[in-house]
Design a protein around this ligand. Sequence first.
Ligand code: URA
Ligand code: SF4
Length: 220
Amino acid sequence: MNADERRELWEGLCAVEDYLGGGPKKARALPDFSAPEAPEESLGTIAAEVRACRACRLCDTRKNAVPGQGPSSPLAMVVGEGPGAEEDSSGLPFVGPAGKLLDKMLASIGLSREDNCFIANVVKCRPPLNRDPADDEREACLGYLERQIALLRPKAILCVGRVAAGALLGTADGVGRLRGAWRDFGGTPLLVTYHPSALLRDESYKRPAWEDLKLFRERL
Ligand code: URA
Ligand code: SF4
């Protein structure tokens, strides 16, 4: 609403109040119609908050926060653990070797970050030496991911790796136990699969990961 629309609404409400009051026009102090509104929630406003965020210790060692990347009305979302070295340098998610593999996995089921898939992480700043994010760091950061999911409303979420799955599902179970069946994250269907970096380390994960991708595609 702009200043003119605000003034019009105010005048209308005053007229209603005078009418209902049945008396003469009440004297009122004129409000400041130019007062700025809270910015509407968007990918951009969330990203700006993430880049300025100092809610946990990871802000002290990051080069760049990594809010996420993708279209504003995606079909699907991928959620990883947190930025690594390349992501920290570039400010973009999944751009290192694991990211290249992730892009190929997504392409095999018709998804891409350019078109129809938003890519994000549980923590938006790189943990030093790529250690697992601590409980308090994940808790401090999870609100941003929840806001992204609420805004983007993907049809399904692909959660890659044990750490991301643990953060979203509140479990210590490994991927081997969690994969292969649909889960729920706040009303959004969620599928757990192996992290692409695990696939780079161990070829034997490739077949089950492909089964998971096919299951994911069926849902979309
Ligand atoms: N691994 C992740 O979990 N996320 C990234 O963004 C990059 C690597
Ligand atoms: Fe803020 Fe998340 Fe970065 Fe911590 S990891 S400083 S909570 S954006």
